[in-house]
Ligand binder design. Structure first.
Ligand code: GLA
Ligand code: ZN
Length: 686
């Protein structure tokens, strides 16, 4: 089971016609037609509508909605409606509501509000999915199932505590193993009965919130457990769907770099990945690219769907800036460039009431088809129509991998004694941005991924070293590849206990360095780092380059154990000692970046690394001109050129092909102009 079979990139989004009278539906479909909208996601929050009372299921309205969509020739992504539970359910079974981190039992309200370990919730949500699937399975318009909505948050109720204890028994088998993993001799925590174990919350191990815990092992396990508990809800619904429908692909909408849920634990259970793209600001292009690549990496490079994005503004922020003209189109093509086979919006028509009434929509309250936003949506719809199946199912031919690991993210940000200012996402983004600027395709992959196909593997803040990842990184270097790791890597095992060896633990042999001491300072303290290449030659790098950059926040003091020095600290008592090193390992290298280099520094290091390989850098010196390649199942390469600037840019084409949007020829060696926020999709000649 993989992606929905489609003739073109899906275009449309969340559609909630149950919120308005049927006369309006005529107008909706007239406008969908005008905008080239072919796919609607239906029923995401319909539980109370379909099941108005415990014994009553009423499909009258959903039938009409589904029939209408089908009659209009739309494809349907049908939701199971379990993103919010009905009020009667919370009243009849108070156990379905959550207990928060502070221990407060919530009452009915909001959404995404169900206890994942409530048997009543589990049974009734699966039953709802079962009935919906039974009713609509086999309907020719339905191309995908959408389970729940944006799984997330956490619950700390008694049911969750019990389920946690069961999960722990399963994981550790014995209390002795659990006590060893959690290092409970510290602070008299030795557990002598499973019942003594409490969820880690503000009432137990935590102070100052979810990232301050006395026992990282307990808190890490609770996060893993919560991820698994919600996955259990998803799986129960998926199994219920499968009773009636053995085939249609099933997904749920993820949230990209969402910390509470380890999507790598989920990925295998989804038929295809999908996610909701709501970047924090309008200069997030590298962050979005990283997130798209992370989502593509969930299913081993298989294309994914953008399940939601706003056509214009969001509603949940304090300040909700408007996407500038051309930005929605540019970001939509960016998603496709990175592997999206669907471009969907939240929402197709605006709600009249409640907290999202001002959230951007393809159709606003006035129902007009002549607004700027509608026009831009319609223009994009026409372009997608024109591109047809040209990139559908196409893969990204990346030779560079970046490791992304939720466990490391969790651990590094919940550990005392390091620096609360070092943020995992920011560090990862710095390395990703360097590659993005350099114009190389990157796969963002879990640490369990087979690394045999990559020449460069970047592992920023690989704090936790699990399984055989250290050996597999060594193999990359041994066969001539380059591996880059950074400060705060190689510190702890899967249980968050320190390795009883020199830092960076199992990464030491590859890195050729030893770290005895580290220094964390506030953001105002800068240690200059002098970077110098070509000291020992060997990389084939022609000119020697030298650059002074800044480093901040975290400074490891490096004792070389075989590695050569590439960068040196300029200040403090460790001035003159290595800050960046490169170790010859087999036919390749293990790089170690011991300090929090600024972006210039990270980019310099990554360019040095790339220079040792024959990896094409596409327009590396043209700022904010993004490139990405997809290769179709037939082997046709499509090069995306995305100009994130507010002015046009002209570059020299390096391949010959045809722009799929304009039909114009692009000749290698000729100038090619990309308009402000413009996009080119060059299908390269064979
Ligand atoms: C999420 C949800 C939607 C809606 C949008 C608003 O992605 O899934 O229901 O609330 O956010 O941005
Ligand atoms: Zn609970």
């Amino acid at each position: 089971m993989s992606l929905p079979a489609l003739p073109k990139i899906a275009f449309g989004g969340d559609y909630n016609p149950e919120q308005w009278p049927e006369e309006v539906w005529d107008e909706d479909y007239r406008l969908f037609e005008a905008a080239g909208i072919d796919t609607v996601t239906l029923g995401v929050f319909d539980w109370a509508l379909i099941q108005p009372a415990s014994e009553v299921y009423d499909f009258t309205l959903l039938d009409r909605i589904v029939e209408r969509a089908a009659a209009q020739g739309r494809r349907i992504c049908l939701a199971t409606g379990t993103g919010a539970h009905p009020a009667w359910l919370a009243r009849a079974h108070p156990e379905v509501t959550r207990t928060d981190f502070e221990g407060r039992r919530h009452r009915f309200g909001q959404r995404h509000n169900s206890c994942p370990n409530s048997p009543v919730f589990r049974r009734l949500s699966a039953e709802l999915a079962r009935r919906i699937a039974r009713r609509y399975a086999g309907h020719p318009a339905i191309v995908a199932w959408h389970v729940g909505n944006e799984y997330g948050g956490a619950c700390y109720c008694e049911l969750c505590a019990d389920a946690f204890r069961r999960w722990l028994r399963e994981r550790y088998k014995s209390l002795a193993a659990l006590n060893a993993a959690w290092y409970t001799t510290f602070w008299a925590h030795t557990f002598t009965a499973w019942e003594e174990i409490e969820p880690p919350s503000a009432l137990t191990e935590h102070w100052r919130g979810p990232d301050h815990t006395a026992f990282q092992g307990i808190t890490l396990d609770y996060r893993r457990f919560m991820s698994d508990a919600m996955l259990g809800n998803f799986l129960a619904e998926k199994a219920a769907i499968r009773e009636a429908d053995p085939e249609t692909p099933v997904t749920t909408n993820f949230m990209g770099m969402y910390q509470p849920i380890d999507y790598h634990r989920w990925a295998a259970h989804l038929d295809f990945a999908s996610w909701d793209n709501y970047p924090p600001d309008d200069s997030s292009q590298a962050r979005m690219a990283l997130t798209h690549d992370l989502m593509r990496g969930l299913k081993d490079g298989q294309p994914f769907w953008v399940m939601e994005q706003t056509p214009s503004i969001t509603a949940s922020r304090d300040v909700n800036p408007l996407k500038r003209p051309g930005v929605m189109r540019l970001w939509s093509w960016q998603a496709v460039a990175h592997g999206a086979d669907a471009v969907l919006f939240f929402q197709l028509r605006a709600s009249r009431g409640a907290c999202e009434k001002y959230h951007g929509a393809v159709i606003g309250h006035g129902g007009r088809g002549d607004t700027r936003v509608f026009r831009e949506v319609a223009e994009l719809g026409a372009e997608l129509e024109q591109v047809g199946d040209a990139v559908l199912g196409a893969r990204t031919p990346a030779r560079v991998a970046l490791l992304f690991d939720w466990d490391s993210w969790w651990a590094v940000e919940m550990t005392d004694g390091l620096s609360r200012l070092v943020r995992y996402q920011e560090a990862v983004l710095g390395y990703y941005r360097a590659l993005w600027d350099a114009g190389v395709d990157v796969d963002v992959v879990p640490v369990t991924k087979d690394l045999a196909g990559y020449e460069v593997v970047v592992a920023p803040l690989l704090h936790m070293v699990k399984g055989d990842v250290a050996e597999r990184l060594q193999e990359v270097a041994a066969r001539g590849g380059s591996v880059v790791t950074t400060f705060l890597s190689g510190r702890v095992d899967e249980d968050d206990n320190a390795f009883l060896m020199d830092v960076p633990g199992p990464l030491g042999a590859l890195s050729g360095v030893r770290i005895d001491e580290w220094d964390a300072r506030g953001p105002e303290i800068v240690n200059p780092v002098l970077l110098r290449s070509g000291q020992s030659g060997g990389s084939g790098e022609p000119a020697e380059s030298e650059l002074e950059v800044e480093s901040r926040l975290f400074f490891e003091i490096v004792i070389p154990a075989g590695a050569e020095t590439i960068g040196t600290y300029g200040a403090d008592f460790y001035a003159g000692t290595p800050a960046v090193t490169r170790n010859a390992f087999g036919d390749g290298h293990g790089w170690y970046v011991a300090a929090g280099l600024d972006q210039r520094g990270v980019s310099w290091v990554m360019r040095e690394v790339l220079a040792a390989h024959d990896i094409e850098l596409r327009y590396p010196d043209v700022q904010d001109l993004e490139t990405a390649v997809r290769v179709t199942p037939e082997g046709v390469r499509v090069l995306f050129l995305l100009n994130h600037r507010a002015e046009a840019v002209e570059v020299t084409a390096d391949r010959t092909g045809t722009d799929l949007l304009t039909g114009l020829r692009v000749e290698a060696g000729d100038p090619v102009k990309i308009e402000a926020r413009g996009v080119l999709l060059v299908r390269e000649d064979a």
